[in-house]
Design a protein around this ligand. Structure first.
Ligand code: NFS
Length: 670
């Protein structure tokens, strides 16, 4: 049995710690305590167990050992790995499919409550695929785009259409390696077929398809999900929000939306503002309805409407332990089965809504976009009716403000303004060394580590090294809770060069770019940086790194695969699912080496599992500096900057011009 940790060891978030203490008082289990009680299986955890057929499961713990069918450790590890990538891609992409169907239904006027919010984005996306836009109504364009997007899932031959948006050189690399996805479903199915007993038994060949499967997510299903969400619900732009459990209100009906798809949550936002519903809540004795989110659903409504985030993945149980949640409304993905049993100890109703997801013991109110608003109101009425059952509450009075909503469109706009929107200033800041590089720090919480600790440690250290940080998913919520998504953090939490940029542009040093499917926004940013010029002609040349310090989901592995295929260096924290046992390193090295140096040779990107956060930081900076050197741009030197900016300029005005220049540029020359 693993050892039991204190609440302070289980989470670095003080609000979470309060709830973990409360859980102990009430003798309630959480994912934290279950993780302590359940030692992970070190054979399965290292990818050394094969249960693909009924002759096994085979556990390959000895050097040179093979399975009953003769499968070697590298085949087994590669098979386990690609199956995770296939499941992750399936989850993201099925979400994308549902979004595409919703777009189609909205275009045909079949839905209740939805409209096409961002016509400009619709037209831009349609134009990328040569869909005619002139003299056509948004509905006509949306109809054709929806058909095109729906077709990508079942397409059998050719190339999934969003790949045309990748840098030209990148697309060429994919074509040369035979990994351009043909159809989204096809690649996921083929991953399952190849890993059935007696199929693909060459680990390099299996992993080549892992890349194609991941690409079908990143430059397929996930990209479609982001595009359509923006078209239907609006492309995010900065907005004030709040994060952490203190967003729950003692005198209001608290409803938490949890999961991933914005279709229902957007409608619950609309329904919660309906005067009839507010009145209904008042009649129940509450001051109104307080809506908040958990996980990526939180991000979807936070980045668009500023609806507060009650927390990230590991907050789902803690929110219920406050005793103040009338309903937790869930759809798909990252929803713990433990919620139902936990909720039974309080008054909280867990309401499942997806036709794909039921949880034994939960209330099921099925969502249907054709009657979206009516269903959303019914769900809220259930929550309001439950208000009277509330018992003792304990809400941690801890929240933090944040400014989320940095879509790639907004980043483009904010850097150049309406008339000169461009990535030029960002590229220039990297070239000059004010910004050393960019880190995308994304992904889950994992109760095997201390909640948020790795996210926060790595993020804070990289900011001090002038690395601009972009975030999505639960990692973004970790930084939000820490106050790193506020303009002030750009003055106090960063290195001198990055401070100049944050101060000049007026941005936080950590940019919240949305949910996990919105990692595709990062692909778009990287592509635009390449197209802007000065940082090479492909993504693998940009001084950037992707990190998932506390990953736990299969979706995270799918993201890793498509980021590597796109040319990124990806670092995962925690444990490696293909690590092998320490005493048999030689055998299991093959797969680990292949996804690192093997993939790097082919795609310029690589995946590494590094559990020590200091090593993660070191590897990130080394990679960024190596990419800078390869580009031949300024060697990063922290002492050169930090002397400009509004505050410093006033002091400098007193000096002669040559001294001013020297202070700002490090040289008196023009
Ligand atoms: Ni991403 Fe979002 Fe969070 Fe991890 Fe789960 S919510 S899709 S998988 S846990 S970041």
């Amino acid at each position: 049995m693993a050892s039991k940790r204190t609440p302070q060891e289980q989470s670095v978030d003080p609000a979470a710690q309060q709830m973990l203490i409360r859980a102990e008082e009430l003798h309630i289990e959480t994912a934290f305590s279950r993780a302590d009680a359940m030692a992970p299986c070190n054979i399965g955890g290292a990818g050394m167990c094969c249960k693909q057929c009924g002759m096994g499961p085979c556990r390959l713990t000895k050097e040179g050992q093979v399975g009953v069918c003769g499968a070697t450790i590298d085949t087994i590890q590669a098979r386990n790995f690609i199956r995770s990538i296939a499941a992750g891609s399936a989850a993201h992409s099925d979400h994308g499919r549902d979004m595409a169907f919703t777009l189609k239904a909205v275009a045909n006027g079949e839905t209740e409550g939805y409209t096409i919010r961002d016509v400009a984005k619709l037209r831009i996306i349609a134009s990328k695929y040569n869909i005619p836009i002139e003299k056509r109504s948004p509905e006509e364009i949306a109809n054709e785009l929806a058909d095109l997007y729906i077709a990508q899932f079942g397409q059998q031959r050719g190339e999934v259409i969003p790949t045309v948006r990748a840098p030209k050189k990148r697309l060429k690399i994919w074509r040369e390696n035979g990994v351009v996805p043909r159809g989204i479903d096809r690649e996921v199915v083929e991953a399952l077929h190849r890993t059935h007993i007696g199929d693909d038994q060459n680990y390099e060949h299996i992993l080549q398809h892992a890349i194609r499967t991941g690409l079908s997510d990143g430059w397929g299903g996930s990209m479609i999900a982001t595009d359509v969400s923006d078209i239907l619900f609006g492309t995010p732009a900065p907005i004030l929000g709040q994060a952490n459990l203190g967003v729950l209100k003692d005198d209001m009906v608290n409803v938490i939306v949890h999961g991933h798809e914005p279709t229902l949550s957007q409608m619950i936002v609309a329904a919660s503002q309906d005067p009839e519903i507010i009145e209904y809540a008042k009649q129940a004795g509450a001051k109104g309805i307080s809506l908040s989110g958990i996980c990526c659903t939180a991000n979807e409504i936070l980045v668009r409407q500023g609806i507060p985030a009650a927390g990230n993945f590991l907050h789902q149980e803690l929110a219920i332990i406050t005793g103040a949640v009338e309903a937790m409304v869930v759809d798909v993905q990252c929803v713990m089965q433990a919620l139902v049993d936990l909720a039974s100890k309080f008054h909280t109703k867990v309401i499942t809504t997806s036709p794909k997801v039921r949880i034994t013991g939960a209330t099921h109110i099925e969502f249907d976009e054709h009657k979206a608003l009516t269903i959303a109101k019914n769900i809220l009425k259930e929550a309001i009716d439950n208000y009277k059952n509330r018992g003792k509450t304990q809400i941690p009075q801890i929240t933090e403000d944040l400014i989320p909503g940095f879509s790639h469109e907004y980043i483009n706009y904010m850097l150049g303004g309406t008339y000169r929107a461009s990535f030029r200033p960002l590229n220039d800041a990297i070239i000059s060394g004010r910004i050393r590089g960019v880190a995308a720090i994304v992904g889950c919480n994992n109760p095997r580590s201390s909640q948020d600790y790795l996210h926060n440690y790595v993020t804070k250290a990289l900011l001090k090294q002038d690395v601009l940080v972009v975030q999505t998913g639960c990692g973004a919520i970790a930084s939000a809770k820490l106050g790193l998504m506020l303009g002030e953090a750009g003055l106090t939490e960063v290195g001198p060069g990055l401070r100049e940029i944050c101060e000049t542009v007026g941005i936080p040093p950590v940019l919240h770019m949305g949910s996990c499917v919105d990692n595709t926004r990062i692909l778009t940013v990287l592509t635009q940086m390449v197209e802007e010029g000065g940082l090479g002609d492909d993504i693998d040349q940009v001084p950037a790194v992707g990190l998932a310090p506390e990953w736990m989901s299969e979706k995270a592995l799918a993201i890793a695969a498509y980021c590597v295929a796109s040319g990124a260096y990806v670092i995962f924290g925690g444990s490696s699912p293909i690590s092998g046992m320490p005493d048999r390193v030689s055998d299991s090295d093959k797969v680990l080496n292949y996804i690192s140096s093997g993939w790097e040779k082919l795609y310029g990107g690589k995946l590494e599992f590094i559990s020590d956060p200091d090593e993660m930081i070191k590897a990130t900076l080394a990679h960024i500096d190596a990419k800078r050197a390869a580009l031949g741009i300024q060697v990063y030197d922290a002492t050169k900057y930090g002397r400009s900016g509004d505050a410093k300029m006033l002091a400098l005005e007193e000096l002669p011009l040559s001294e001013q220049r020297k202070a700002i540029y490090g040289t008196a020359a023009d």
